[in-house]
Design a protein around this ligand. Sequence first.
Ligand SMILES: NC(=O)c1ccc[n+]([C@@H]2O[C@H](COP(=O)([O-])OP(=O)(O)OC[C@H]3O[C@@H](n4cnc5c(N)ncnc54)[C@H](O)[C@@H]3O)[C@@H](O)[C@H]2O)c1
Length: 319
Amino acid sequence: MTSTQDGSVVIFGSGLIGRSWAMLFASGGFKVKLYDIEQQQITNALENIRKEMKTLEQNGILKGSLSADQQLALISGCTDIKVAVEGAIYIQECTPENLDLKKKVFSQLDLIVDDKVILSSSSSCLLPSKMFVGLKHVKQCIVAHPVNPPYYVPLVELVPHPETDPSTMERTYAIMKKIGQSPVKIKKEIDGFILNRLQYAIISEAWRLVDEGLVSPSDLDIVMSDGLGMRYAFIGPLETMHLNAEGMLDYCNRYSEGMKRVLKTFGPIPDFSGAGLEKVHQEMCARIPVDPAHLAARRQWRDECLMKLAKLKSQMQAE
Ligand SMILES: NC(=O)c1ccc[n+]([C@@H]2O[C@H](COP(=O)([O-])OP(=O)(O)OC[C@H]3O[C@@H](n4cnc5c(N)ncnc54)[C@H](O)[C@@H]3O)[C@@H](O)[C@H]2O)c1
């Protein structure tokens, strides 16, 4: 049974990602203060979280062992930054992806936090060395980059600043585990971190193949969703290599020449614009019209699939 945890967690920014983090921390039994500069954002977030938790509970897929009401009682809104950070052991910043704004936010926090709290950013691609530059509490700073939607996709990339204390990494890792996420420790910051570097490599080749007329956009997506993606949901590319032959050495013996030959044929970075973009856009709109109702319905279907997959994965891992 999840019990409530000591110390509160602050979610700094109550938009799309902040809401999801709030639900995750509450599911792990943490007291959560949802901070924002806009009272309306907090009001909307609390209402949205309440509805979502109730639906998840009705469908038997609410995370954690506390009931929806118990989890909801752990979350409160706050527009006073000093009150928000009082007694906090962990602050997860979720403001818009803008370097100047994030630098300002962390400078504000730097002035009022103690020497123990972890200052963590949800940033998707801003480098810790740029965001946390000059902060007195830099040793306590880290990026904890979630994947959208964080409630359903457990990966969190932990990216240190060169001056981040190793204990900040370890404590953040332990907190992520406590809320049921799957953290990975990036040893040194790099543009795009790891997930987006892999994602952009795939997007780039997918775009070139469609742009050169080798495959339709729908068939390209099927290659991933009914092919590569099926096993990548359970094992990564390196384990795939190891299992697809008699181990990694055998795989490289058999396939490295072919891989290098094909890799040499990869083209330049696409522009993602012009006629190529128009063609993909048209086909995507025919599949999923760009209006709020269609997009919301498809996202909901995706999230339900992800939740079921997460359940299946934990059952398979327990066997
Ligand atoms: N959306 C995604 O797919 C995704 C995935 C992973 C990481 N992220 C990262 O998460 C962060 C938040 O993204 P989002 O999509 O939730 O943004 P969002 O625009 O939905 O929410 C941002 C929130 O921050 C609030 N805010 C703005 N200025 C503030 C300030 N000075 N102090 C406190 N609150 C402030 C806004 O009122 C809003 O509620 C970004 O860094 C983004 O890159 C996003």
